[in-house]
Write a protein that binds this ligand. Structure first.
Ligand code: NAP
Length: 247
């Protein structure tokens, strides 16, 4: 039986490439995009590849209602998920609130809402960035995020306070904080959900709309780094090109 993966932000960039590789490898691919037409168009592109099985799913990671509707439709279709790739993200051209809402709360919302649809042993891959390395934070927040006793609720409260404070005081910008907090969330969720394998993967600096033309890595290289998370037996780590870079 084919395995099923859902990729958020699967309509372009790294997410689309991840979806394309998995479709080519025989997976049933749910191409999630915040715009229904973009999701369907991306799925149609993948279906043109040999063997490509892909379906569009409308899913805005900043909207609880959108994620709940998507989950309900998947449930109605008796779809179970073997791999979730939380790829959707925004960069530095957005407000502090929007950046944190998309890059940190987005993966959290999607994970929590889709959890009942995930099979035992499923993987969750949170797409992170080297800019989220703890070394970019000031000492106090580095210590806070590295604390093994930190709970999910406490992490959420700290990140909310960062937004309320206008995105200041952590030693780096909202994008860096969003990804540092995502790495920490990954570690906490892996501990909370031992029946799943939950990791963060860093694609490196990649030539996409986000990374720009001057980036050193191709979209294929970036996607390959992300794809490690889909098949790995590891849990709770941050990986680049298959090598653990944190914690
Ligand atoms: P991209 O080309 O800008 O694509 C971003 C994707 O995220 C698009 O599909 C976009 O959808 C989607 N998205 C944004 N907000 C969304 C929302 N609220 N709901 C659903 N989808 C949303 O970026 P990329 O370079 O492929 O980046 C993918 C991931 O890799 C991101 O998490 C990014 O932070 C991470 N990353 C990228 C680089 C790099 O150098 N490119 C480096 C490190 C990490 P629309 O088409 O609707 O806008």
């Amino acid at each position: 039986m084919a395995r099923t993966v859902l990729v958020t932000g699967g309509n372009r960039g790294i997410g689309q490439q991840v979806a394309r590789v998995l479709a080519g490898a025989g997976w049933d691919v749910l191409v999630a995009a915040r715009d229904r037409q973009k999701a369907d168009a991306a799925a149609a592109r993948l279906r043109k590849d040999p063997g490509g099985r892909a379906k569009g799913v409308e899913l805005d990671v900043t909207s609880e209602a959108s994620i709940t509707t998507a989950a309900q439709k998947l449930r109605d279709g008796a779809i179970r998920i073997d791999a979730l790739v939380n790829n959707a993200g925004v960069y530095r051209d957005q407000s502090v609130a929007r950046t944190i809402d998309t890059n940190f709360f987005g993966p959290l919302r999607v994970t929590v809402t889709l959890l009942p649809l995930l099979r035992d042993g499923a993987t969750i891959t949170n797409v992170t960035s080297g800019l989220g390395a703890l070394s970019n934070l000031d000492a106090a927040h580095r210590k806070l995020l590295a604390d093994p006793a930190l709970t999910r609720d406490a992490l959420v409260a700290h990140v909310q306070r960062f937004v309320e404070g206008g995105g200041k005081g952590w030693g780096t910008d909202a994008y860096g904080v969003s990804k540092a907090a995502l790495d920490t969330l990954t570690r906490i969720l892996a501990r909370e959900l031992p029946h799943l394998r939950i990791n963060a993967t860093d694609p490196g600096w990649v030539r996409t709309d986000m990374g720009g033309r001057g980036a050193p890595r191709s979209v294929e290289q970036g996607a390959a780094s992300v794809l490690f998370g889909v098949e790995t037996k590891e849990t709770g780590g941050v990986f680049r090109d298959g090598a653990r870079i944190a914690p």
